[in-house]
Design a protein around this ligand. Sequence first.
Ligand code: GAF
Length: 386
Amino acid sequence: MSVQARDLAVEFAYRFGRAPTVSRAPGRVNLIGEHTDYNDGYVMPAALDFATLTAASQRPDRRLRVYSMIMDETREFDLDSPPAASSGDWSDYVIGVALMLETSGYTLSGADLIVWSDVPIGAGLSSSAALEVSVAHALLTQSDLPFDPVTIARICQRAENDFVGMRCGVMDQYIACCGAAGHALLIDCRSLASRHVAIAPNLRLLIANSGVRHQHAGGEYNLRREACEEGVRLLSRYFGSIRALRDVTPRQLEAKRRKLPDLIYRRCRHIVTENARVLEAARALEAGDFVACGRAMNASHVSMQKDFEITCPEVDMLAGLAQTVEGVYGSRMTGGGFGGCTVSLVEAFAVDKVSQILVDGYRIATGLDTDIFVCAPSDGAGLVLV
Ligand code: GAF
């Protein structure tokens, strides 16, 4: 189903009898820098043209009434007596964001909301952050409060950490708030500064969805985070001043290799080398050295496969197939891992060929179908004119 902002406004007027504002926040694809965000490191995502739309209008009370067009379900909350804990429902993201905005000092008006999204769910393209940021934008708009992108990204991350219970970093919310059309964003997840990196007009970001989602992905994600924290704890015996793996160089890590359990060493090696690869990929993209950028992407995939162990045979297959095609500079898994999508940096002329090879090769090797999306980097959150 494809719904435009105007269709959403019509649905809103039909259900609630008023004209809404429509807020939009995009999903994301990460070019490089996986699991580095919660290690205070670097990432380089781009905002997708897939997005979540939230139609909203103010209520005279402090109630939130939200209808999901995707789930065909309505939920209601009272901002003055909100639920104490998450319930595992899609609406956790909505009420979680409202609560974190309130605890951060934003006093919200009640609102009627309708949410709709075309960000593929469970594909590692950050449908949750798109929902959080879109709802935050809508609630602030209805309350006549400012939307400061970086501040709101942090608040939405806290909603996911402290209310939903997923210990994610800030990347997904940040790019949903701050993305820029035609660009990736190099984000320093410690200082929260960022720099736009243009995607040259001859390049395409080609996303291939494996359709696979590991059942225990959330638990595995948190385990990777704990392994990184253990690495910091052990390494700080030798390098007292480190606060996060961001502070450890590849050379320092090698020097202490024998002092670490092998598993912890390999988890740390992924992070410290990945940080270096993000910076190299950004430099290379800016210099027009697409071969070097692709090399960093391919190395990132190997590191995620062997050291961080977050890939799976299906995404290994998709990345490997793409890497063999002329006109593909690099290909890697994107997102939290254990399934989901690959992203390939591709010359425009090669898009049809690589798509066909991925569709055919993936079906022959796995019996599964892959969906291919060619993504145009879009803007971060904002109002849509209807
Ligand atoms: C998920 C998380 F939400 C992000 O914060 C990030 O850690 C990513 O996985 C891996 O890079 O999308």
